[in-house]
Design a protein around this ligand. Structure first.
Ligand code: HEM
Length: 180
């Protein structure tokens, strides 16, 4: 998993839960990188799982809710670090429609070793989109947060529902309807 995801995660932990919680989740870790990450590095996905599990134990907030909150936080981090990737979009649905064929393609050029999910579009109209998230990492709650924030980015909101097509969250169908 890319370093930018780790640096954004640690930043979120510090700003939402404070420095002491951040220190605790790193120290209780058995983390190969000992909590030291650079945005250009690449680290084992299991390290992220350990950090999130420790944060859940520390805060008593369920892992899924923390991953969703991180998705909300991460969108702005990605958008600010790579404004060129999203500058061509002027609607949230237009952006979502292009994750698979443009946005993550661009990300793969920036970071050839990025491990990205796939999004298969099932249906799109002017105010809604249905798509299937697939990834062995099962980070559909992260996708949920990112999608929600994408609407906010354009000054809009949406009703987002999802259905687990596989129980472990590796395949999840999203139905997204723009409000108003
Ligand atoms: C990874 C979804 C937009 C860059 C991911 C992951 C998800 C995701 C769920 C986690 C990996 C996985 O599940 O297998 C989305 C959604 C987006 C979006 C729903 C739009 C709403 C963007 C944008 C950028 C970006 C705009 C960059 C400007 C990345 C990067 C990773 C990533 C760098 C990490 C890859 C790695 O760690 O190896 N994305 N993404 N994404 N995405 Fe996106």
């Amino acid at each position: 998993m890319k370093g930018i995801v780790f640096t954004e995660f640690l930043e979120m932990v510090e700003s939402k839960f404070g420095l002491e919680t951040l220190d605790n989740i790193i120290e209780n870790g058995h983390l190969p990188s000992e909590g030291v990450y650079t945005s250009v590095g690449t680290y084992d996905f299991n390290e992220m799982v350990t950090l999130i599990t420790n944060l859940s134990e520390e805060t008593k907030i369920p892992v899924g809710d923390l991953i969703y909150a991180f998705g909300l936080y991460l969108f702005s981090g990605l958008a600010n670090s790579h404004p060129e990737v999203i500058k061509n979009y002027n609607t949230p649905l237009g952006l979502l429609y292009c994750i698979e064929d443009h946005i993550h393609v661009h990300v793969k050029k920036l970071y050839p070793d990025a491990e990205l999910p796939t999004f298969k579009i099932l249906d799109k109209t002017d105010d809604k989109i249905s798509m299937v998230y697939s990834s062995s990492r099962g980070l559909y709650r992260l996708a949920h947060g990112l999608i929600e924030k994408a609407f906010e980015h354009f000054g809009s909101t949406a009703t987002i529902t999802y259905d687990l097509l596989k129980e472990d969250g590796t395949e999840v169908k999203f139905d997204i309807v723009q409000n108003g």
